[in-house]
Design a protein around this ligand. Structure first.
Ligand SMILES: CC(C)(COP(=O)(O)OP(=O)(O)OC[C@H]1O[C@@H](n2cnc3c(N)ncnc32)[C@H](O)[C@@H]1OP(=O)(O)O)[C@@H](O)C(=O)NCCC(=O)NCCS
Length: 162
């Protein structure tokens, strides 16, 4: 894969970010309940996530291939396009968050085993599980928590990006 760079995303990127999330999530979890249209999703990125989160995009040439949205204490969104997964982009995003804060939490769906393994490798531990009755997709989910251990090593010099 060509080297990528990470940039802060702005309002004009939010439609692409919403599309990317839909592609990555339904590729990983086919059959997941689809509760919003693409344009509703885009509005959520613009009116909620962009106002409350830092949103970074991974670009390969001029194409958006990965996105993360995070705020103090929480990762709200993390998605990489299927063809660009397993090249270190997700890890690079996680390192950015772990550099920026001492602890963070995120929700993922229980049946998303690859994402769970990915988070656990990055030091996240399960906090609690739900039966999904509280989320829009009605899908059992799990809350993960990371806090910086005393022996934590910075990955600031990671070379996965240009
Ligand atoms: C979960 C997700 C964000 C991870 O992003 P990613 O870019 O694939 O993450 P990485 O490439 O850093 O790591 C993924 C795996 O590839 C491996 N990997 C990383 N760089 C690699 C390389 N150069 N060569 C081979 N393998 C590599 C990692 O060891 C890791 O293995 P693990 O999952 O068993 O821990 C991504 O897979 C995704 O978008 N999934 C679908 C949507 C989703 O589930 N999002 C999370 C919702 S909460």
């Amino acid at each position: 894969m060509a080297l990528h760079k990470t940039i802060p995303l702005q309002a004009q990127h939010m439609l692409e970010a919403a599309k990317l999330r839909r592609i990555a999530l339904w590729h990983r979890l086919p059959g997941l309940r689809d509760v919003h249209s693409l344009h509703e999703d885009r509005d959520y990125w613009v009116t909620h996530l962009l106002r409350t989160c830092t949103i970074l995009g991974a670009m390969v040439e001029d194409r958006l291939v990965g996105v993360i949205a995070y705020r103090q204490g929480w990762i709200e969104q993390l998605y990489v396009l299927p063809d660009f997964q397993c090249h270190g982009i997700g890890s690079l995003f996680i390192y950015r968050v772990q550099e920026a804060m001492d602890e963070t939490r995120l929700w993922t769906f229980q049946r998303n085993a690859p994402a769970r393994r990915f988070y656990e490798r990055h030091g996240f531990a399960a906090d609690k599980e739900t039966d999904g009755s509280g989320n829009e997709e009605r899908e059992p989910d799990i809350l993960y928590h990371w806090h910086r251990p005393p022996d934590w090593t910075s990955h600031a010099s990671s070379t996965a990006e240009t």
